[in-house]
Design a protein around this ligand. Structure first.
Ligand code: RET
Length: 307
């Protein structure tokens, strides 16, 4: 038996699953409009294999960077550790994308009638694990370059925070429910990127100007290389995630090439050059190399047993 109170409850539940009327007119439409067609844009075997190949490359590069770190004294290991962490995060993010765990499907309007009605909706794969990776790894890559150049701490902080803002607003752009708003987020990300270029390019050149010729030439080449590669990311984003002009496989391949060059190749170049200029590279003592040392603590093997 339905008592009035139960009836109200049932009616509320039924009403909640029925589509909400779009207008306040009570008359039923005489013509039922066509529902939009739904399409899916996803990767094929090519994209999938590319993700696995990069996952393995990032894993192997990480092992190589950790091995290179072990070959230098702890005082000289800063760049090795930062670089190895970059490829380790990339390895994990590529694992997430290759296994399908770091992907979500995002709908966008891909077709409208002459009168502006939506006729087609496409659900495109968005690789959100990329953004998690970039949020962690791009600040570390910047740190590599900024510390190498000897940029001041205040500028490094501004560059790193701008970088995090750039990637997060890029993620909001990718997941935005409205195309115009999405391009708004993209614009914020580009402004943040311009600030990074200013901090690292301008302040970096000032900081490096007091160093020897070899270090200056190396900074000039590696920062230009980094600038060209980094600038390619928003371009790929614009044609892939933004304007949906290229398919998901091409997007995966483009980012895969950029990631290998911006993380793997960059890492080997930086570390091999750094290791070859041992005198010019910074040597960090104190907490980095010895941990917290309260007064009076005796460290075995450091020749301070007479202190
Ligand atoms: C997005 C889209 C929004 C606009 C801008 C972007 C810039 C991304 C960059 C990424 C760099 C990634 C690197 C990865 C290394 O493996 C987020 C694509 C400006 C510059 C260097």
């Amino acid at each position: 038996m339905i008592i009035p109170q139960d009836f109200t409850e049932v009616a509320t539940k039924v009403a909640s699953v029925l589509p909400t009327p779009r207008t306040s007119h009570t008359a039923l439409p005489t013509v039922i409009p066509d529902l939009p067609r739904i399409y899916h844009q996803t990767s094929s075997e090519v994209g999938h294999s590319t993700l696995w190949v990069v996952c393995v490359l990032m894993g192997l590069s990480s092992l190589a960077f950790y091995a290179m770190a072990m070959r230098v004294p702890v005082q000289k290991r800063l760049f090795h550790i930062i670089t190895a962490l970059v490829t380790t995060f990339a390895f994990l993010s590529y694992y997430a994308m290759a296994t399908g765990d770091g992907i979500t499907s995002h709908p966008y309007v891909s077709g409208r009638s002459k009168h502006g009605a939506v006729t087609e909706i496409t659900e495109r794969d968005v690789y959100w694990a990329r953004y998690v990776d970039w949020t962690l790894t791009t600040p570390l890559l910047l740190l590599d370059l900024c510390l190498f150049a000897g940029i001041d701490g205040a500028s490094i902080l501004v560059a790193v925070v701008s970088d995090v803002i750039m990637i997060l607003t890029g993620l909001f752009a990718a997941l935005s429910g409205n195309e115009t708003q999405g391009w708004g987020w993209y614009a914020f990300a580009c402004i943040a990127y311009i600030n990074i270029v200013y901090q690292v390019g301008f302040k970096g050149r000032q900081a490096i100007s007091t160093r020897d010729n070899k270090t200056r030439a190396f900074f000039g080449s590696i920062s230009l290389y980094m600038f060209l590669l980094w600038t390619a990311y928003p371009i790929v984003w614009g044609v892939a995630d933004g304007a949906h002009r290229v398919n998901v496989d091409s997007e995966i391949i483009a980012y895969a090439i950029l990631d290998v060059l911006a993380k793997g190749f960059f890492g080997f170049w930086l570390l091999l050059t750094h290791d070859s200029m041992t005198r010019a590279s910074p040597s960090i003592d104190g907490f980095w190399s010895h941990g917290l040392t309260p007064d009076g603590a005796i460290r075995v093997g450091e020749g301070n047993d007479r202190d």
